[in-house]
Design a binder for this molecule. Structure first.
Ligand code: SF4
Ligand code: SF4
Length: 586
């Protein structure tokens, strides 16, 4: 085996960093350069083999090497390279939990990004095909399938043996793969009356004040990056006391708000004195996707202390609290999620319902709203939303990802300017805004602002809990819960917040399962990958079966159904938000 890179040492002791995806550079699509890079990295992986159990990409590669005439990579047919690429569903687990050769190690291995580049090259050259296009068009398909009357036909066909055979024959959807039901009465329809949209909610005069005070009325809020409170005098507003969910700004400024406003003004002054406008301050605070995490500035420290003083919670930049083995490393995610460090929450959230939540499991969004409202958090719907783009990303269709981003980011910026944080109930969609878009658009200040203001729902609830603002008036225990942690939540690097919240419920034990369910976007439904997906998920399914829990659950509803599909006579999964609603008796 040829030495892949000379001068490298075994493993890295430095904090991992993540380079932005250089997808706008024509060289990114150079096929010869791609093949050279695939060969270089595959050779490193062949020598390492730590990732053999994560997915089917690595076994495909290693089996091909071991079965080749030379026993080395040079004996492997190049078409195997594309099989390795096809088996990768971009879960990021190899980068986040295993690889000692990620940057700044000189070997510079970013396996998921290399797979994404290969998918993008393939998509540009060959197109993505009708089936992939259809399966990834979650919003368009959902809009058609969700039309009243049509929805009954679609659901009936999808539930019938004949219909599944048809799907198999026409789209290559495996007959036993779980496929979602569609609803005409979407989450957005159900919730519009209950909570309204952000278009119906006025902005906050305190925001206007803070922008004016900073002399930067037309710049993005300094919620951007890791110094979010510089211009967020709205941020420390205590939660709406009533659980109605339709809160009004308090008539009189509280002591905490006053403290926050003064501190924000001081922070803005500090930024000005340092010779930087807010935009510069914000971009300096935003994640440096290449460099290692930098030191906290004086302004950021002030902002953090101010947030703490006003009874709010800052997200710690320290490692996550996962009690179990192969959790993502803190500094690895910090390279892409460092904007999250030090951020504070407002107690007012705009809900990005997601395509799946909106049309396939509307209860998911309703449960989130009920639980948040119970905890005095004002909730509104983001006025308009499109697919986050994750299904397109997984196909390497980066231009479509950019189109979704162009539609969503202005909407999300609007809600942030109006003083809302953002939550979404699907981990993959949150990850899209927290990590993938910032890596694709590292110079886009708005993308970085959204990155710093979007939260996993349980991450948000735990922040409330740490600030003493989460209700624990539970009416019902949950007993034994088997909890599966989806990969796209693990790589958010926030620790096991769902477990932590569920454990607050009396007489409840949570068995945490940190393994891939095998669902992974459309991977589990495609007939050529179905067997591999079940094999990947089998340890999770077996663990749940053996535990015989009162409930089994996953933050990813699709992963929950994948687990269900691999168990005999299994009852359906219960989403953690539903569990919390049950526990509260809502
Ligand atoms: S990103 Fe996930 S699916 Fe892709 S190679 Fe790494 S572990 Fe496997
Ligand atoms: S991605 Fe890294 S840890 Fe995984 S097999 Fe390759 S070199 Fe080893």
């Amino acid at each position: 085996m040829s030495a892949p890179v000379s001068g490298g040492r075994e493993g890295s002791l430095d904090a991992p960093t993540r380079h932005p995806l250089d997808w706008k550079n024509p060289a990114f699509y150079d096929e010869a350069a791609l093949e050279k890079e695939l060969t270089r990295v595959f050779d490193i992986c062949h020598g390492c083999r730590r990732c053999f159990s994560l997915c089917n990409s690595f076994p495909t590669l290693f089996d091909a090497v071991d079965g080749s005439s030379t026993g080395e990579l040079d004996g492997v047919d190049r078409k195997v390279y594309w099989e390795v690429v096809d088996h990768c569903y971009l879960c990021d687990m190899c980068f986040m939990t295993k690889c000692p050769y990620v940057p700044p190690h000189p070997w510079n291995v970013d396996f998921p990004h290399l797979m994404l580049r290969a998918k993008a090259v393939h998509a540009r050259k060959e197109g993505i095909g009708f089936r992939n296009k259809l399966l990834a068009s979650t919003d368009a398909v959902g809009a058609i399938a969700g039309i009243p009357v049509v929805v009954e036909v679609v659901n009936a066909v999808n539930a019938s043996t004949v219909g599944r055979k048809l799907l198999d024959a026409t789209l290559g959807v495996h007959p036993e793969a779980p496929i979602p039901k569609y609803y005409a009465n979407t989450a957005r329809k159900r919730l519009k009356e209950l909570v309204g949209t952000t278009a119906q909610a006025g902005g906050h005069d305190s925001l206007v004040r803070s922008e004016a005070a900073a002399g930067a009325a037309n710049v993005p809020l300094a919620a951007t990056g890791s110094a979010p409170v510089v211009a967020r005098t709205d941020a420390p507003r205590p939660p709406t006391p009533a659980a109605s969910g339709v809160g009004q700004p308090p008539a009189k400024e509280t002591a905490a708000q006053k403290l926050a406003r003064l501190d924000a003004a001081a922070a803005a002054d500090a930024a000005r004195e340092s010779g930087e406008g807010l935009r510069h301050a914000a971009s300096a605070a935003a994640p440096n996707l290449v460099a290692t995490p930098r030191k906290e500035t004086a302004a950021e420290k002030l902002a953090r202390l101010e947030a703490m003083a006003s009874g709010m919670e800052s997200v710690s930049a320290s490692p996550p609290e996962s009690a179990l083995g192969s959790t993502p490393r803190a500094s690895g995610a910090a390279t892409s999620n460092s904007a999250a460090a030090g951020r504070a929450i407002t107690g007012r959230v705009a809900l990005f319902t997601t395509c799946y939540g909106n049309r396939n499991e509307p209860d998911l969004d309703v449960d989130l709203v009920k639980v948040f409202q119970h905890n005095g958090i004002e909730v509104r719907l983001v006025a308009k939303e499109e697919c986050c783009g994750m299904p397109k990303l997984e196909l390497g269709d980066l231009e479509s990802v950019a189109r979704h981003k162009d539609a969503n980011i202005p909407q999300l910026m609007k809600v942030i300017r109006d003083g809302y944080d953002i939550v979404a109930p699907i981990p993959s969609c949150v990850l899209m805004f927290k990590q993938e878009l910032p890596l694709m658009f590292p110079d886009d200040a708005d993308v970085r602002t959204v990155q710093s203001r979007i939260f996993d729902p349980f991450e948000y609830l735990m922040l409330r809990h740490r600030a003493g603002l989460l209700k624990t008036d539970f009416k019902q225990s949950l007993g034994k819960v088997s909890y599966h942690v989806p990969c796209h939540l693990r790589v958010q690097n926030i620790g096991l917040k769902t477990r932590d919240v569920l454990k607050l419920v009396p007489d409840t034990t949570v068995d945490v399962i940190e393994r891939c369910s095998g669902h992974n976007g459309t991977y589990a439904v495609k007939k050529e990958f179905r067997a591999a997906s079940v094999k990947i998920g089998r340890p999770v399914m077996t663990r749940v079966e053996n535990a015989q829990p009162a409930y089994y659950t996953s933050d990813c509803p699709m992963a929950g159904h994948q687990i269900e599909s691999g168990m005999k006579d299994a009852k359906p999964p219960t989403h953690p938000l539903k569990l919390l609603r049950i526990a509260y008796g809502l």
